[in-house]
Design a protein around this ligand. Sequence first.
Ligand code: ZN
Ligand code: ZN
Length: 348
Amino acid sequence: MRILQTLIFSFLLVASSAQAQTYPAYTEVYVNDFADLLPPDVESDIRARLKELREKRDIEFTVVTIHSMTDYGHEGPIEPFATGLFNDWGVGNADRNDGVMMLVAVRDRHMRIEVGSGYGFQKDLAMKEIIEGAILPQFKKDNYAEGISRGVDEVIHDLTGYWPGEYDATKTERAFNAIQRFLDWLGAWIYAILAPFLLIPIRLYFRWKRNKPRHCLRDGTKMIRLDEDADDARLNTGQIMEETLKSVDYDVWQCPRCDHLKIETYRSWFTSYGACPQCNFRTVEADTTVLRSATKSSEGLKRIDYHCLHCGHEYSEERSIPRITESSSSSGSFGGGSSSGGGASGSW
Ligand SMILES: [Zn+2]
Ligand SMILES: [Zn+2]
């Protein structure tokens, strides 16, 4: 029995290690947005800041986003994966080992800033503070581009003592920029505090409009709104699917005297579901596959597969991906640096 257990156990070990760990290949040294979290303008902005850092301070800092570590055969915490990826790519100068990698595994909801072995554990606390102070609050609101962008600035400031664009600035210019940043920050806070108050009357109006009593068109009797369970019996399968997906919400009003029904439609403002060309319900989900990546010389191609969760209708379309422009492309390679696991991680 003992032998059998050992055999099974060692078989499982072999089986799990057989599912080999791989790493994505980098297409450039600044930004590899495999999970597509960055809009093109933010991406080129971040690239410019990382390029500047490399040119002015010779520090290799790279940003990587992936969907999930399981795509590369990795199960478990992000730390060994980040160290492995860092060393696989060889981020940073090979003698100084001063590279930095920001890794975001969006579906795993884990991220890490991995630093080269040259920093020892010196940067762990600072990176932790950047992750918790600047990045995670944005990630929690699904503002990935904003979180990554702010995190990049904070890391650069921590490494060099300068904000991007200020390496050659005079003391006066830097002081002026600091005031500007403070005012931006203050404005953002004031906006964040005031915006909900400005929205209150609008919300109240819509709530009043939705809840105000209805009267039957036939006999003028005050109608009753059915609760979510009772209204399902009055909705068709497409409408029920829309309610399940939260793409559309329905209110069913019923006249208690003549049973006359009034169904009101409230389309969700924020939904990823589109309208089905066959059944017309907002129950279509889309999935994008890159067929051919764009290069500097030719445009790429992607296929979007649509699938209706109500009627099962499926259709696809192909769209071109714009050619990578000269200014946004930047190949090159890393300096062969390594990490011994320094840095910090966060989850949201
Ligand atoms: Zn009635
Ligand atoms: Zn459909």
